[in-house]
Ligand binder design. Structure first.
Ligand code: SAH
Length: 257
């Protein structure tokens, strides 16, 4: 019997390839099969060896994402055929990345699986904008929630946002009106400050700010597109806004001094 390959669930970070871990970079450079989603930047895919097989499971307008069970089956099939395979995802595989499901299926199939963490969008956005997710004077709790998932209105977010707390919402662009409504219904003040970070840690990053009550209009007026994060809390009103341009420009340079 062929010795099974390993499935590597690898985080590609928010986009900029300098934010890959060394372990992720080494694996990308040597692995024969790479199954990636749409959030992984071209620069990162370009690091693959020339004969690597790159398989996209990206969502596009014409078709939905490959169903999760098909992706899991694909990974297992490749590994059982003796090939190492990378499942390469934006950010971190274990934060809204379905890495848990892929790892469970791989373990159930008896295939070795390893997980390589990545810089999650929240961490990438925080660094690029210099918005501190926690700050001794402003926030000692940070929560990550998904803004677009089954039964958004049934989810209990009460207590996750407000004084002394930071709430980071992934996948919240389309549901921005429901999100603002939900948080205000939970008692959050309409003037709580927020920032929307679109394309965080990429050369086309945009940062928009406003109060909670204005979130739906801001998304609409500025035509915010995915991928974007919504960060809610006092920490978004503390950073020096003039620094953002500098941080943004620096992210595009090759060397960090
Ligand atoms: N595993 C990923 C999250 C995948 S869910 C991670 O850890 O970052 C997809 C959502 O992540 C997007 O809808 C968006 O809300 C967020 N996201 C991913 N990359 C981003 C980026 N570069 N800038 C802003 N948000 C991003």
């Amino acid at each position: 019997m062929t010795k099974a390959g390993t499935i590597y669930l690898v985080g590609a970070g928010p986009g900029d390839r300098d934010l890959l871990t060394l372990r992720a970079a080494r694996l990308i450079e040597r692995t024969e099969v790479i199954v990636h989603d749409g959030l992984v930047s071209k620069d990162i895919l370009a690091m693959a060896r020339p004969d690597a097989q790159l398989i996209s499971v990206a969502k596009n307008r014409a078709r939905h994402t490959l169903p999760q069970e098909n992706i899991n089956a694909l990974l297992i099939r490749e590994a059982k055929a003796g090939r190492d395979v990378i499942r390469l995802k934006g950010g971190d595989p274990l934060i809204f990345g379905r890495g848990g499901e892929e790892a469970e299926d791989a373990r159930a199939a008896g295939v070795p699986v390893e997980i390589v963490p990545g810089v999650s969008a929240a961490n990438g956005a925080a660094a690029a904008t210099q918005i501190a997710l926690t700050h001794r004077d402003a926030s000692s709790i940070v929560s990550f929630v998904a803004g677009q998932c089954k039964g958004l209105s049934d989810q209990d977010w009460s207590g996750l946002a407000g004084k002394g707390r930071t709430l980071v919402i992934y996948m919240g662009v389309k549901t921005a009106p429901q999100i603002a409504e939900k948080l205000m219904a939970d008692g959050l003040a309409p003037d709580v400050p927020l920032a929307i970070v679109e394309n965080a840690a990429r050369t086309n990053m945009r940062v928009l700010r406003g109060p909670l009550a204005g979130l739906p209009d801001l998304v609409e007026a500025e035509q915010v597109k995915s991928p974007a994060l919504i960060i809610i809390g006092e920490v978004t009103a503390r950073d020096d806004h003039t620094l953002i341009k500098t941080a943004h420009a620096a992210a595009g340079t090759e060397t960090a001094q």
